[in-house]
Design a protein. Structure first.
Length: 228
């Protein structure tokens, strides 16, 4: 079970440590460490802009290094590889998406309305940030390597937003069952949003998609009420 603030900070810290690797753990001076941090942010900024503009299709380490004003080798002093840089951008996207979900989840009152608001906020973010949002799910590690544990934990943290209203709807559920149900509900919303935005099942104007998503979220939540 995740809490709302500290695990997020812990995962970011683990992420940065994994990205830096042994290059930055050998007793660098504060001045050198500051340069590494500045270069890291410049590379993340460059990759974030490229992903927002064109997605992952033409993302190349050499282009990012040039845009950040560094040699290609310097990029690999800060990030282990291009995958680590992409995961770093995705962590920024998680931050922005979670801020949107936090705001939606703060609405009090009926847990059914809260679940509907969370689904609506998720669509709003995805529609406004299509390529960044899609990269969260489209990126695959090179060589079929597994995604790092800290990254999977951050993805799982998204499901926690649904757990509080689920607890109000189904107080008899234990923690494990509530977490599993939250993952299932999130996956259903994710599927509708992804198929709808890509119009995989036919033309789907955003207002129509939003209405359908709200109906789905409301129906799922209502069905979880005792006697629903």
């Amino acid at each position: 079970m995740f809490t709302e603030v500290e695990p997020r900070q812990d995962m970011n810290a683990v992420q940065e440590e994994n990205e830096r690797g042994s290059q930055n753990s050998g007793g660098h001076s504060p001045k050198t460490a500051a340069r590494h941090r500045a270069l890291r942010e410049a590379l993340l900024d460059a990759a974030e802009r490229r992903i927002a503009a064109t997605g992952l299709v033409e993302l190349k380490a050499r282009d990012l290094a040039q845009e950040a004003g560094c040699a290609l080798g310097a990029l690999y002093n800060v990030f282990e590889d291009l995958d680590a840089l992409i995961l770093g951008v995705n962590m920024r996207t998680f931050d922005a998406l979670e801020a949107a979900l936090d705001a939606a989840g703060e609405a009090g009152g009926d847990p059914v309305a809260r679940i509907e608001a969370l689904a609506d906020a998720y669509l709003t973010y995805a529609a406004a940030n299509r390529r960044r949002w899609a990269t969260l799910f489209e990126h695959r590690m090179a060589g079929d390597r597994p995604t790092p544990d800290w990254y999977r934990a951050r993805l799982a943290h998204l499901f926690a937003h649904v757990e509080a209203p689920l607890g109000a709807l189904c107080p008899v559920l234990d923690e494990a069952a509530r977490a599993c149900l939250a993952r299932s509900l999130f996956s259903a919303v994710q599927g509708v949003v992804a198929l709808g935005l890509d119009e995989k099942v036919g033309p789907m104007p955003e207002p129509t998609l939003r209405a359908h998503l709200r109906l789905l979220a409301r129906a799922m939540a209502q069905g979880l009420k005792p006697g629903g």
